[in-house]
Design a protein around this ligand. Structure first.
Ligand code: ADP
Ligand code: MG
Length: 697
């Protein structure tokens, strides 16, 4: 029954089947039934037009159409419908499909309208609402909760607006019997986690009679989705741990001890010590380490990496550190050479701009083992880069590197080296558990002592002069200032104009003796480097830049970060940028400049930045705002297969599902017991349908 091709499901037929396939990827009855509603409406409640404000989410209105008119010309053409109830009139607007809509509507007939109010030119309207005939009988038959489905113009055209989809699914469910829906969770699990059966869940997610039924159905379906992801990941993890033998670093020797006791410039924080200990344990256990270290900007990840790398040297292995940009690789190289100035360690830098002759020498020394530590950009991955005996790879700011690149590094020794991945983009725990289910995760949850929290302020364009005034004050005090402009690829040309104009304005506002650096992606590496050095050396007071400075750069004397058009940046980017200041002893500031009219999401982003410095808290809000699909790294993780579960909101269920999967695997690693056959079968079935699941840990 569930396998029935969609064209043979009652009420569909070949024409609708085509749009369902092309628009929604629905090929079978099962696909249709797992096309879940995205919301439910209490159809017994209506808003009055006079109560409507721009800030309301979706509203349901009941009234009549008093006029309708297609206005505007060419691509500005639109259908404007005046809709009236006893309390007022509001405009409904269509920019697409208006001819069809205009024909469909009748004047002076009662309709129910459902949509999101919007303010345009000082007036409220509702763009592209759902509109259906008001049918008192129908409303009486309905349960109070009616499912609403996402639709689209092409679907609507074939009668598959939300209402059409709802009717079709309802038909399908009415023919469905319990035996048609295979159970995918064991009786034991259903009992332990108080979950309803698969059939009940499917029925009630589409046609709940009350809120309780809906909640039960939704819990069951979400749990199942999360459970199978966890089961898959944990099994991968087990395989990895079981199969992949790792180099054994069991010696803490001279390099480490000498550095630790004589040259460490500060005391490690407890968090750094804890993570270092976890890494040590991993690397001496005989299995290949795959560890992700998460730590907020400025938490001191570099030192943890450096000391882990010394352990590799102590065990006669080479090690490398890969950074996402040249500037950052250069900076790491300097940090390392300074730290090792009194030690007998040979450290080299390899980037895209390393000269041929130098490169040849370097590669030779790398291959014969003279170079102990190689630092660089993705140039490290390339085939001619051959190590004598690579034991540990550190990847900084991991979000810039793909899984495939990680895999190439695995091949740099006969046996895969240990992997330490460091990311400064904290992600929520629930997401980490899913996304990095195959990695072990450490968290540096403490900043070095003496840091003053950065003060973040939000100003609008009209307050620009105050911001300039403040910059001058700070420069008087001997500090330096970053001014960052957004650079978004689609509109690159315009962005460079903005940047150039911003720079010109700065020059006017800050004439000599002020000196200004500028850095952006179109400069050659040499030019970039020169400008960076001028700023690092204190010859310039202001650095005008694009986000090329986003990652990792360390200039302790820079204490002000001004972010232009801050509304155009995502939260994690804003947080990264802010992390460029607050590295010295002085009070640091982050100033978010936006236009005075910004949307609700942007406002929430600014408020979040002003309210907290905690990267993890920020990542939670980010996940709520954007959903996991836009967070880097989610592509391979399977979280995008989630249809109902929401990682931002269902943290508790993620935890429960992981626990359940873990318990099962602890008892029966290979799912061989009779009672666990159900899981193996389901996994196999799903793997068959989705071949895209292999991934590299
Ligand atoms: P991130 O985690 O963002 O990569 P870094 O490793 O660049 O942070 O460290 C930020 C700054 O903090 C550096 O200047 C570093 O020398 C300093 N630092 C790191 N650990 C400590 C510590 N335990 N005590 C004092 N300063 C520290
Ligand atoms: Mg760093």
């Amino acid at each position: 029954m569930l396998d029935t091709p969609i064209e043979y499901v009652k009420g569909i037929g070949p024409v609708r089947a085509e749009v369902l396939k092309s628009e929604l990827g629905i090929y079978s009855a099962s696909d249709l039934l797992t096309y879940y509603p995205f919301r439910y409406v209490d159809r017994t409640k209506f808003h009055f037009i006079k109560e409507i404000t721009e800030d309301l989410p979706f509203v349901q209105l009941r009234g009549v159409i008093v006029s309708l008119e297609i206005v505007g010309v060419k691509n500005k053409k639109r259908l404007v419908v005046a809709f009236k109830d006893n309390t007022g009139i509001i405009e409904l607007v269509w920019f697409k499909g208006y001819n069809y809509m205009a024909q469909k509507f009748k004047l002076e007939t009662e309709y129910v309208v459902f949509g999101k109010p919007n303010a345009f030119g000082g007036r409220l309207n509702i763009p592209h609402p759902d509109v259906e005939l008001y049918d008192p009988q129908n409303v009486l038959q309905l349960s109070s909760l009616q499912a609403v489905y996402n639709s689209g113009e092409k679907l609507k055209f074939k009668g598959l607006d939300s209402e059409g989809i709802r009717r079709t699914i309802k038909n399908c469910i009415e023919q469905l019997k319990e035996m048609h829906v295979p159970e995918t969770l064991s009786t034991e699990l259903l009992h332990d986690y108080k979950l309803v059966g698969a059939f009940t869940a499917l029925k009630n997610i589409h046609t709940p009679s009350n809120n309780e039924q809906l909640q039960e159905a939704s819990k069951r379906i979400k749990f199942e989705e999360l459970f199978y992801i966890q089961l898959k990941l944990l099994r991968l993890n087990k395989n990895r741990n079981g199969n992949s033998i790792g180099f054994i670093f069991n010696r803490v020797g001279n390099y480490f001890n000498e550095f630790y006791f004589k040259h460490l410039p500060f005391q490690l924080t407890n968090a750094q010590k804890k993570v270092l200990k976890e890494i040590k344990q991993d690397m001496s256990a005989g299995k290949q380490m795959n560890r992700l270290v998460q730590g907020d900007v400025g938490s001191g990840k570099t030192m943890v990496a450096l000391m882990s790398m010394l352990l590799a040297l102590d065990n006669n292995f080479q090690t490398c550190l890969m950074a996402p940009t040249e500037i950052l690789a250069q900076q790491h190289f300097e940090t390392f050479t300074n730290a090792f100035s009194k030690l007998d360690i040979n450290c080299a830098l390899l980037t895209g701009s390393t000269r041929t002759k130098q490169r040849r020498e370097l590669l030779e020394k790398l291959a014969n083992g003279e170079i102990h530590i190689l630092i660089g950009t993705h140039a490290l991955i390339e085939d001619p880069v051959v190590f004598k005996n690579l034991g540990l790879v550190v990847i900084d700011e991991q979000h810039r590197f793909g899984v495939a690149q990680r895999a190439k590094l695995h091949k740099k020794n006969t046996q895969p080296p240990h992997m330490l991945i460091m990311t400064a983009t904290p992600i929520p725990r629930t997401l980490a558990m899913t996304l990095y289910g195959d990695l072990d995760v450490s968290v540096i949850d403490e900043l070095p002592p003496g840091r003053k929290p950065i003060k973040t302020l939000h100003f609008t364009e009209s307050q620009r002069l105050r911001v300039f005034g403040f910059m001058k004050e700070q420069i008087e005090l001997g500090r330096q200032v970053y001014v960052v402009f957004p650079l978004i690829q689609e509109s690159e040309k315009m962005d460079y104009q903005n940047l150039q104009q911003g720079y010109d304005n700065m020059v006017l506002e800050f004439p000599p003796p002020y000196q200004i650096s500028i850095v952006h992606g179109k400069l050659s590496n040499q030019e970039k480097e020169k400008e960076m050095q001028r700023f690092i050396g204190g010859q310039t007071q202001i650095m005008v830049a694009t986000t090329v400075i986003e990652v990792g750069v360390n200039v302790p004397n820079a204490s002000v970060m001004v972010i232009e058009s801050a509304e155009r940046f995502g939260l994690s980017q804003l947080h990264q940028l802010r992390g460029r200041v607050g590295r010295g002893a002085e009070q640091s500031f982050c100033i978010l400049l936006t236009s005075s009219k910004i949307g609700a999401d942007s406002r929430l982003r600014m408020k979040t930045m002003v309210d907290t410095n905690d990267g993890f808290e920020i990542s939670e809000v980010d996940l709520q705002l954007r959903g996991p699909g836009d967070i880097e790294g989610t592509q391979q993780s399977g979280v995008l297969d989630l249809k109902l579960a929401n990682l931002a909101k269902d943290g508790v269920l993620v935890q429960l599902a992981r626990e359940a999967a873990q318990t099962i695997l602890n008892e029966d690693e290979n799912l061989e017991l009779d009672k666990n056959k159900i899981y193996l079968d389901t996994l196999n079935l799903r793997n068959k349908n989705k071949p895209n699941w292999s991934r590299i840990g």
